[in-house]
Design a protein around this ligand. Structure first.
Ligand SMILES: Cc1ncc(COP(=O)(O)O)c(C=O)c1O
Length: 390
């Protein structure tokens, strides 16, 4: 029996965190409040659906451009110039099946077996799987919770070896909720340039920032566009997670390798869905602003209530839909706390350790997936748990 025998089958996928435990309880008919998966609670805005239906009815049902439809790529180019200070050409954009597919294509295209990729820890777990699928090796650069997970260039530089090929950045950051400052990004950029490294910049939350924090695309800094893969998706800000559409913007020298992956795994994204994505970019901004405003209201609720719970300290997320409260004062491992909250409160959170050992002592609490009242109910139950009453 030769199976399992391949490089890929030999390493099992990273777990789905609390998802599987929660799914078992739901299958048994238990009503759970979901503060784990980052699935927007809102419906996709109507004008996006209308444009998609119109494209479908107009017969946009055939093969399209492998890079993505020209009209959508033009809209992306305009948007990147206006909002992200990125000047890219139409042919420097590849439309993908969400950010998941974009990062897969980048890791597969950029890495050779044995190449090292630095992930900032706590990290986004999917990136670990993908580096490994590409034959690369993950090297973790832990960021310091006591320093609000600041991008510490010296700590990151200490992880660089002759095999380092790339640094993967998530900005705004999942799970910490940080929106990195220009000075932090400049420090990272200087490092990348000095050591001639590539950067994968996962910006799936670029539009979900609060309190005047400005999202800065690292590729907009001098000398960075030529070494950065900038990844975006319609997933979070437009509540289009089920649509599966995003894109990569990168220097033209990277595009043939990216296309070699995307043309062979999916050919291209559904053409009529690309018309919906174009409507998202070209249509009114008000629906996105309203959703972000409601996310902020929920964030404020979570931060205020969690800080009142005994043994819990919750920093204010600057962006994303996640709080990352410190629960270390309970003296219990984060996974135990998450399990107990699931079993006793029927509330699903994620243990900080799902994002690596650097997340120990923390929970990740998503405030984007349930309506305000359900989050309030979850927090009431969690307050009783931390008070030792359940
Ligand atoms: C940091 C980060 N990157 C990528 C994704 C996946 O995005 P998509 O659904 O567009 O594939 C997520 C989803 O939660 C995320 O948090």
């Amino acid at each position: 029996m030769k199976w399992p025998a391949t490089r890929i089958s030999a390493s099992s996928p990273k777990s789905f965190g609390m998802y599987e435990k929660a799914a078992r309880m739901m299958a048994a008919g238990i009503d759970l409040i979901h503060l784990e998966v980052g699935m927007p609670s809102f419906d996709t805005p109507g004008h996006i659906k209308d444009a998609t239906i119109a494209a479908l009815m107009a017969g946009q049902v055939h093969y399209g451009d492998f890079r993505g439809q020209v009209a959508l790529r033009r809209a992306i180019v305009r948007r990147l110039a206006e909002r992200n200070a990125l000047t890219v050409k139409e042919d420097e954009v590849v439309v993908t099946n969400g950010l998941t597919h974009a990062s897969y294509a980048v890791f597969m295209a950029a890495l050779d077996p044995g190449d090292e990729v630095i992930l900032l820890a706590p990290y986004y777990p999917q990136h670990v799987n993908k580096v490994e699928l590409a034959g690369g090796k993950v090297v973790l650069a832990p960021l310091d919770a006591a320093d609000n997970y600041r991008l510490d260039a010296a700590a990151i530089e200490a992880c660089i070896t002759p095999k380092t090929k790339m640094i993967a950045l998530v900005n705004p950051a999942n799970p910490t909720g940080r929106v990195y400052t220009r000075a932090e990004l400049e420090g990272l950029a200087a490092l990348a340039i000095r050591h001639d490294l590539l950067v994968l910049s996962d910006e799936v939350y670029d539009q979900i920032v609060y309190d005047g924090h400005a999202h800065i695309s690292i590729a907009s800094l001098p000398g960075m566009f030529e070494r950065t893969f900038s990844l975006f998706a319609f997933t979070k800000a437009y509540a289009m997670d089920g649509w599966r559409i995003g894109y990569v913007a990168a220097h033209e020298r990277f595009i043939p390798a990216l296309l070699k992956i995307t043309m062979n795994d999916v050919a291209h994204v559904n053409v009529f869905i690309q018309e919906g994505a174009r409507a998202a970019l070209e249509g009114p901004d008000a629906p996105v602003a309203a959703m972000v405003e409601e996310d902020k209201r929920r964030r404020d609720l979570v931060v205020r209530r969690m800080n009142q719970m005994s043994g819990v300290t919750c920093a204010v997320p600057e962006g994303t839909i996640y709080a990352f409260p410190d629960i270390s004062a309970t003296g219990k491992p984060a996974q135990q706390v998450a399990d107990e909250i699931l079993e006793r409160c029927h509330v699903v959170t994620e243990a900080g350790t799902f994002y690596g050992a650097a997340g120990e002592g923390h929970l990740r609490v998503c405030f984007g997936a349930e309506p305000y009242e359900r989050i309030e109910a979850a927090l009431d139950r969690m307050a009783r748990y931390f008070a030792g009453e359940s």
